[in-house]
Write a protein that binds this ligand. Structure first.
Ligand SMILES: Cc1ncc(COP(=O)(O)O)c(C=O)c1O
Length: 467
């Protein structure tokens, strides 16, 4: 099934512009797409939550910088090293400014958001008097922190989601935050869900902090399309991957930590670059101060300056412009998809999470159904999308808790599947184990240079499944 722009594309575009006149104020992004993203050509890229896309200008600037300088491993006084140290320091400052972090925060460069999360997990002072409270709606890399907590006998508790909107159950959350009598308390949740696109209320950061919790805010899916003001929100820790914001380079993320929260973390080991002194015969070491104690070995130094280039690229486009555009496209996408009905009036699609643009980003997750209400397996949708040069993502997006909530999979079903498993289970095995109930979905995510044509081509693609 190959989709193409429908013969009515021009009419559809005119109609769209009439409904969303503000879209035209973002024409600058169409120009940018022509100049810097021309390689997209026939490709319909709908996987921005998986990874952002870089512009040609970022590559040119970064490569020019590398061509013009002699850069060595930082943290030495030799000229090539100090040139590099200067760029790394500048980038650190730039990141702090970009997120309006002020002096209370420090930036630790990591390989990705997961690397930042692991630093917290392995270093947080979990013990039998601590509490790890986390949302069902979390990426696996946040869920994985529970294994550090479990190993230290900490209490682990999940905040459930409410159906159908997949918001956090805020009354449960309030009660859990207020009733804990533990000493070291860590609460983790995402600013925006990578599964449903739901934006969770950021005011819970301050509420939890007032009640004595450290708050880990996963902003990986939020910051590509939303401004984050750390002075205003004040999480103890914020984690992100830079490729999700501006595509290039991969291999870099950050833990932006409040200095006082960072002081609470106890690193379980030391490495090159993290100590002020270590001794073999003295059998001891002193960890370095602040961020240095958390950046193991040689940092990804040649790529770090590309973070500043990438963030400047976003600033030159303007997050406000991106938001106006994506809100219009997402609203149109949601409304158009919800209208799709088979000839017997059965809906083609089920959308998980909010069906309107309110409190959501531009990540839309759904499943396809035939006219007899039978689920069309997400693998089939992906295969057909691949043929049509549409890049979307299927499965549970490393966010099993939201999938379990959205698909109505119960704890009992899961416990018995895990207990009966003789070999390693996959998401497809799980589907068999829960009697063919749904265990995966299709995710479309819009971003930086998405345009009307991308959205319209997906809608046309979806129509191909109507009967
Ligand atoms: C919300 C969220 N958190 C964390 C991650 C982990 O990011 P990475 O795989 O870059 O470490 C992702 C990745 O998709 C994500 O969407």
């Amino acid at each position: 099934m190959k989709t193409s722009i429908s013969p009515n594309f021009e009419n559809a575009l005119a109609d769209f512009i009439q409904r969303y006149p503000e879209y035209q104020t973002t024409n600058k992004i169409d120009e940018l797409r022509k100049s810097d993203y021309s390689r997209l050509a026939e490709h319909v890229y709908l996987d921005y939550t998986g990874g952002g896309l870089y512009g040609d200008c970022q590559l040119k600037q970064h490569h020019q910088l590398l061509r013009d300088g002699v850069f060595g491993n930082p943290h030495s006084s030799n000229p090539s090293s100090s040139a590099m140290t200067k760029l790394v320091d500048e980038t650190r400052e730039f990141v702090l400014d970009y997120f309006n972090a002020g002096d209370d925060y420090t930036v630790i460069f990591t390989p990705n958001a997961s690397g930042a999360l692991k630093l917290i997990g392995e270093s947080y002072p979990f013990n039998d008097d601590s509490h790890y409270l986390l949302a069902f709606d979390n990426h696996n890399s946040v869920l994985g922190i529970r294994e550090f907590a479990r190993a230290k006998s900490a209490q682990i508790e999940y905040v459930p989601l409410e159906l159908p909107n997949l918001n956090l159950n805020y009354s449960y959350l309030e009660n859990a935050l207020k009733s804990s009598d533990k000493t070291n308390k860590l609460f983790s949740y995402p600013a925006q869900s990578n599964f449903s696109g739901v934006k969770h209320e950021l005011s819970w950061v301050k509420k939890a902090t007032k009640l004595g919790w450290d708050v880990l805010l996963d902003v990986a899916a939020y910051v590509p399309t939303n401004p984050l003001d750390l002075k205003e929100i004040q999480p103890s820790f914020a984690v992100m991957s830079f490729y999700k914001i501006f595509g290039y380079p991969t291999g870099l993320g950050a833990l932006i930590a409040k200095k006082e929260a960072l002081a609470k973390l106890k690193r379980p080991w030391f490495a090159g670059g993290t100590i002020s002194l270590a001794s073999v015969q003295g059998d001891s070491h002193f960890l370095d101060e602040g961020c240095a104690a958390f950046e193991d070995g040689t940092i990804n130094y040649l790529n770090i300056p590309a973070i500043k280039i990438g963030l400047e690229h976003i600033q030159s486009i303007g997050l406000d412009n991106i938001k106006v555009r994506l809100n219009a496209l997402t609203d149109y996408l949601l409304k158009s998809l919800l209208e799709l009905k088979h000839s017997n009036q059965e809906p083609l699609l089920k959308i998980y999470g909010p069906e309107t643009i309110e409190n959501r980003g531009s990540t839309v997750t759904l499943n396809f159904y035939d006219a007899n209400k039978n689920l069309i397996n997400h693998h089939i949708i992906e295969q057909e999308a691949n043929k049509a040069m549409i890049s979307l993502r299927t499965g549970c997006f490393c966010n099993p808790g939201t999938g379990e909530s959205a698909f109505g999979i119960t704890q009992q079903e899961l416990t018995s599947c895990f207990a009966e498993a003789e070999t390693r289970l996959t998401i497809d095995d799980l589907q068999l184990c829960i009697d063919g109930k749904n265990s995966g979905a299709v995710r479309i995510s819009l971003g930086l240079v998405s345009n009307f044509s991308d959205v319209e081509q997906f809608i046309e693609f979806a129509k191909g499944f109507l009967s």
